[in-house]
Design a protein around this ligand. Structure first.
Ligand code: DQA
Length: 145
């Protein structure tokens, strides 16, 4: 895979990062995390586009449009991770690499967070490392490309 463009997707409530449950998610904002991806990617000449939405439909459309436009997707789908079969199906149709990122470690939290319906259709998942997870995701994509 050649890696020249990455799409970063964020789901519901992640626009509140920085003030939302900082004891769980830390104090960095969503744009801090997107900037982490941009910083890692730009040193390798990789372009980054991003979208945050609480709308499953907008995220599904963005995944459809990513086909032929972006080589890889980094996605933190928030709570949609745990029940969105439409995101599962959309990601299944995306031909490039997909990395799932979570700031927290959902496996160590409430039962409903233990299942990711996206996990079967992503190349790998990075959870529990806070904002470092976004840098690790770019590193993983570089190693896979
Ligand atoms: C999250 C974990 C999800 O369970 C939660 O609904 C989120 C954030 C994370 O980054 O740790 O919104 O995806």
């Amino acid at each position: 895979m050649s890696l020249s463009s990455i799409l970063v997707l964020h789901g519901p409530n992640l626009n509140l990062l920085g003030t939302r449950e900082p004891e769980i998610y830390g104090s960095a904002t969503l744009s801090d995390h997107v900037n982490t991806v941009k910083a890692e990617a730009s040193s390798h000449g990789i372009a980054v586009a991003d979208l945050q939405s609480a709308s499953e439909s907008e995220l599904v459309s963005a995944i459809h449009q990513a086909k032929g436009t972006h080589d890889a997707i980094i996605i933190n789908a928030g709570a949609l991770t745990h029940y969105s079969w439409s995101l599962h199906d959309a990601l299944r149709s995306f031909p490039g690499k997909v990395i799932e990122v979570h700031l927290s470690n959902p496996g160590a939290r409430e039962d409903f967070r233990h299942v990711s319906v996206l996990a079967p259709v992503v190349d790998g998942s990075i959870s529990g490392f806070g904002g470092m997870g976004y840098a690790l995701a770019v590193q993983a994509l570089l190693r896979l490309s």
